[in-house]
Ligand binder design. Structure first.
Ligand code: GDP
Ligand code: MG
Length: 502
C-alpha cells in the first residue's frame, strides 16, 4: 500500500498535467478556429460590401471605384457599330437588315442581356435542333457575326499614332487566365500609352466572366467581342458556296495517321479550323472591318521589354505591310504538298504577267547561312523558313487584297488545310513574300517576346536597359541564337539587318 501510493499520486499528477495541456491545445485550437471564422466573416463582409452596387453596369459612376484604375461609366457602355444597318445590309436582305439592326441596337445595355440574346438566338435553337453545325441562321438571319462592343473611358483617340489599328486575339473561354496575362503585359509594355482597340474573336459566344475580366484588364479604349460564323470556321462541306467540299472520311483517316506519327496537332480538327481561319477569314469578320492594321496577340505569351516604338506607327509611316519578330523552320510533316500547290499557283500567275516579291530567296535559298547549316532538310525547293505568326503586325488591306485572296482561295481549294495540316504562319509568309517587297516587310528587332517554346530578346544591353527588358539573350530559348532560326537567312536574302528606329 505504502509502496503504491506515491506511484498512484505521481500518475494522477501526470494525468492532470497532460489533461490540462491537451485541454489548452484543444481549447486554443477551437478559439483560433472561432477567431478565424469571425475574421473571415468580417473580411468577407468588407470585401463584398459594395457587391450589390458593383454589379456590372449598375454602379453609381461618380462614387464607386471598382478597380485601381477603372471607373465604369454607364453612359459609355453600349452596343455599337460595326453591326449597324449598313453592315447588316452587306450580309442580309434589306428588310431583314433593317429589322434586325434595329432590334440589335435597341438591346438594353447590360452584358446580361447580351448573354441572354446569345442564349436565345444561338444556343436554344441549336439545342432544339433548329440549326445544325454548318448553319448559323435563325429564321433566315445570320446571328453568327454578333459583336459586342464596350467603350472604356477615358476613350481618347489622340494618343494613337496610326489610324484604325487593333490588337486581335482569337481565344477560347477557358483560356481566360492566359488571355489576362497577355493583356496585362501588352497593355503595360505598349498599349496603355496608345489605347488601340482590342478585338476578341471566338467560334463560340464569350461568357460573361470572360468579357468582364478581359475588359477590366484593358486600360481604356474600345473592346469588341465577336463570334465567328460556322461558315468561316468549320471545314467547308459539299453543296455550300464556299468550296467543292471536303471528303471528311479522308480527312479523318489522315488525321488518325498524323496523330500516330506524332505530328504536332496532327489529329486535331479544331486546330485546322483555326489555321484556316487565321489564314483566310479573320480579316473579313465585321468586327475587323473598320481597321487598317492589326497586331496578333495570343494567350499566355510574354512581352519582355517596353516597346520603344509603336509598331503600327512604324508600318504606317514607312508604308510597310507586314512585321514579324521570330522566324524559323516549319515542320515539313504538316505541309507535304503545300509547296507544289504554291508553285502551281505561281505558274498561272506568272503567265498572267505577275512578278514575285524581291525577298523570295529568303524561302527558296537552301545554302549555308552564317556559320550554321540549316538543321532541317527539306524535300522541296521551299527551305521551310517562315515568320512566326503568333506575333505579327499586318496591313489588313494587304490581307483583303484580291491577289492575297486569290492565293489563299487557290490553296483552300486543294483541301490542304484539312487533308494535311497547313499552318497560317507559312501561308502568311509565302503570301507576303510573293506579293510584297523588301521595304514592306519589317523585322522588329527590339521587341522582346516569348511564345512557348521560343522567345527573342534584344541583343544590345543598352536597349535592354532602356526598354526595361526581363530576358537574357544568351538563354537557350532565345531562338535567334539557335540553328533553327531563319533570321540569318532574312539578313542575307530578305530585308537585310536593319534597326527599327525612326
Ligand atoms: N476560339 C478558338 N480559338 C482557338 C481554337 N484553337 C486555337 N485557338 C486560338 O488560336 C491561337 C493559336 O492556338 P494555340 O493553341 O496557341 O496554337 P499554337 O500557338 O500553334 O500552339 C490561340 O490564340 C488560341 O487561343 C479554337 O478551337 N477556338
Ligand atoms: Mg499559341
Amino acid at each position: 500500500m505504502f509502496k503504491t501510493l506515491p506511484l498512484f499520486i505521481a500518475a494522477t499528477v501526470l494525468f492532470i498535467y497532460l489533461f490540462q495541456i491537451s485541454y489548452k491545445i484543444i481549447n486554443s485550437n477551437i478559439r483560433i478556429n472561432q477567431l478565424e471564422i469571425i475574421y473571415k466573416q468580417k473580411s468577407f463582409a468588407v470585401l463584398h460590401k459594395y457587391d450589390s452596387l458593383r454589379n456590372f453596369g449598375k454602379i453609381n459612376p461618380n462614387k464607386i471605384k471598382i478597380s485601381t484604375n477603372t471607373y465604369i461609366k454607364h453612359d459609355f457602355y453600349y452596343i455599337d457599330d460595326p453591326i449597324t444597318q449598313s453592315t447588316f445590309k452587306e450580309i442580309f436582305s434589306n428588310a431583314t437588315a433593317t429589322t434586325f439592326a434595329n432590334e440589335y441596337n435597341n438591346f438594353n445595355t447590360d452584358l446580361e442581356d447580351y448573354l441572354k440574346m446569345i442564349q436565345d438566338y444561338y444556343y436554344s435553337p441549336l439545342l432544339a435542333g433548329l440549326t445544325d453545325e454548318g448553319n448559323d441562321t435563325i429564321e433566315g438571319i445570320d446571328i453568327s457575326f454578333f459583336t459586342y462592343t464596350i467603350y472604356k473611358p477615358p476613350y481618347k483617340t489622340s494618343s494613337r499614332n496610326a489610324p484604325n489599328c487593333t490588337i486581335l486575339m482569337l481565344v477560347r473561354n477557358w483560356e481566360v487566365d492566359g488571355a489576362l496575362k497577355t493583356i496585362r503585359a501588352l497593355e503595360d509594355r505598349f498599349n496603355k500609352n496608345h489605347r488601340y482597340d482590342w478585338v476578341f474573336l471566338n467560334d463560340e459566344p464569350f461568357t460573361l466572366s470572360f468579357i468582364r475580366s478581359t475588359s477590366s484588364f484593358v486600360s481604356s479604349g474600345k473592346i469588341k467581342y465577336g463570334i465567328i460564323p460556322k461558315t468561316h470556321w468549320n471545314p467547308p462541306v459539299a453543296n455550300t458556296s464556299d468550296k467543292n467540299g471536303l471528303n471528311m472520311t479522308a480527312v479523318n483517316l489522315n488525321m488518325e495517321s498524323m496523330e500516330k506519327r506524332g505530328v504536332l496537332y496532327g489529329g486535331v480538327l479544331s486546330y485546322r479550323n483555326m489555321c484556316r481561319f487565321q489564314s483566310m477569314k479573320f480579316y473579313k469578320h465585321p468586327a475587323m472591318l473598320e481597321y487598317e492594321y492589326y497586331m496578333r496577340a495570343e494567350p499566355n505569351v510574354e512581352y519582355f521589354c517596353d516597346f520603344h516604338m509603336d509598331p503600327f506607327e512604324y508600318l504606317y509611316k514607312k508604308n510597310a505591310k507586314y512585321g514579324f519578330v521570330i522566324s524559323m523552320y516549319e515542320y515539313e510533316d504538316t505541309i507535304p504538298t503545300l509547296w507544289e500547290t504554291v508553285e502551281n499557283f505561281i505558274e498561272g500567275e506568272i503567265n498572267d504577267g505577275c512578278k514575285l516579291g524581291n525577298c523570295w530567296d529568303f524561302i527558296t535559298d537552301s545554302g549555308i547561312a552564317g556559320k550554321y547549316r540549316p538543321v532541317v532538310a527539306s524535300n522541296s525547293d521551299y527551305n521551310l523558313c517562315h515568320f512566326w505568326s503568333n506575333f505579327e503586325v499586318g496591313s489588313l488591306s494587304f490581307y483583303r487584297s484580291e491577289k492575297y485572296n486569290n492565293f489563299v482561295a487557290y490553296l483552300d481549294n486543294t483541301g490542304g488545310f484539312y487533308y494535311e495540316r497547313w499552318g497560317d504562319a507559312p501561308i502568311h509568309t509565302i503570301g507576303a513574300l510573293m506579293l510584297l517587297n523588301e521595304e514592306e516587310i519589317v523585322h522588329f528587332d527590339t521587341i522582346g517576346y516569348y511564345h512557348a517554346p521560343f522567345g527573342t530578346c534584344p541583343n544590345s544591353e543598352n536597349i535592354r536597359l532602356q526598354q526595361k527588358c526581363i530576358c537574357d539573350p544568351t538563354h537557350l530559348k532565345n531562338i535567334d541564337i539557335q540553328p533553327n532560326s531563319c533570321l540569318m537567312r532574312w539578313w542575307k536574302h530578305g530585308g537585310g539587318k536593319k534597326f527599327t528606329y525612326f
